[in-house]
Design a protein around this ligand. Sequence first.
Ligand code: FES
Ligand code: MG
Length: 571
Amino acid sequence: MDMTALYLERFMNYGVTPEELRSGKPIIGIAQSGSDLSPCNRIHIDLAKRTRDGIRDAGGIPIEFPVHPIFENCRRPTAAIDRNLLYLGLVELLNGYPIDGVVLTTGCDKTTPSQIMAASTVDIPAIVLSGGPMLDGWHEGELVGSGTVIWRSRRKLAAGEIDEEQFLDRATSSAPSAGHCNSMGTASTMNAVAEALGMSLTGCAAIPAPYRERGQMAYRTGYRIVEMVHEDLKPSDILTREAFENAIAVTSVIGGSSNAQPHIVAMARHAGVELEQEIWQEHGYDLPLLVNMQPAGAYLGERFHRAGGVPAAMWELLEAGVLHGDTATCTGATMAENLAGCESKDREMIRPFADPLMERAGFMVLSGNLFDFGILKTSVISDEFRERYLSRPGRENVFEARAIVFDGSDDYHHRIDDPSLKIDEDCILVIRGSGVIGWPGSAEVVNMQPPERMIREGKQWLPTLGDGRQSGTSDSPSILNVSPESAVGGGLAWLRTGDTIRVDLNERSCNALVEEDEIARRLAEYPAPEFPESNTPWEELFREKTGQLGEGGVMDFAVKYRGTSRKLPRH
Ligand code: FES
Ligand code: MG
């Protein structure tokens, strides 16, 4: 008799017979991310019943347990500090209990990377079960997507085209059912990334939460994890450099969230794969936009799923020869084998590689005297913006703008409509103090809108720059995730309102046109950067241990732990 059984008498008392335990059946954890506090993942409370059926039918013993809840929209100071907290908690659970394999239940933005990071650290067989997006939102005959509708309606409100009642109406219409955000925000992106990495069954990411297929996917995922335990198929077998290159390529062609950058880097680092900055150029930037989903495109999750979802987008990449087809996946087959016959069924939704919605639609990595690393999500740069800023004869892809600098989002909200700032089309809005340490956690605030006066005149956009992030559902052309951030002495700290910033997309540079000796003078004159006090022990610990967004916002000391469960006897 396995000694583990002796420690499990309470489990036996509840759901397992002694005979079963003695038979050596694998114990399969279901890491439950759904709760009333994380409504985007609530569907998993129901799905777990189907997952259990699959685990049982395959000869496993399901053990469901909660993970730290993460809800993007309500968490103060920001949900970003929860990614590393869920990670820490789940590592302890998977390492400390006799669990042989685990189903990671994902949905809302950070619930995907955090759980994959933890599975990598412990390195027991693990499979991702996405909860799926909400049904498409409709308002007065128009598709309204999560988040995207908020940013667009804010501009309409500012322009006086709608009132607050209509604003609220549009917002609630965008959330018609259980599920995570239905646009290509961070949630849809990260679940697509999990599938691209080979961590979930083929077609898992895009099935809307309430659809029949979602329950069936839960059953099949539960069934498969038991087989994976018998095969000893672990995250370290799946999460290779090639798998991450595939994930970056997929992020580009789906018009994925700018938050994918820190999350992909974080997952890779916990998997022992170092992704250099250039990888975003080499495996992403040159790729076209294929998936016609808001915010970069027109449609939402239901149509994406019907068109074939992530496998159909990946099929295009495979055919075009820009996907590693031989990567291992949780199915036990290679990625190329998984994708056989997965061609798109709707060419308006998932475009052919040769006839995309946009060429070169990935992230561009910029650097200069203000920062070492910042990204620009090119798939959301509108024609109007390109025309205004990036198409001057003889100076294509280059613009100069006068900086208007805000210290955090309160300062932005207080001063954006201040006429004395004289904000016009030749300005770039800059926000600092919004990074990993400054906020803490890094806030989604870089997608700042112009003053109301300009919006009423039909000027929807100004270039923006900041050391925070922005929502994956935003269609703002921003330079963001800037590292190092101002709170640790990054270049934004010495920038002043009125300085000229030159952005050169040909050279991939962003510089303030300030002389070296002036920069030195300002640096000497300034005290060390200040940021708000921590309010909780975790905020303090997070600030002490967490690195910059360019390096994934990872707790650096944690990446050395890999394969921990292999070191601990099961009893
Ligand atoms: Fe949770 Fe968008 S807020 S998925
Ligand atoms: Mg978001």
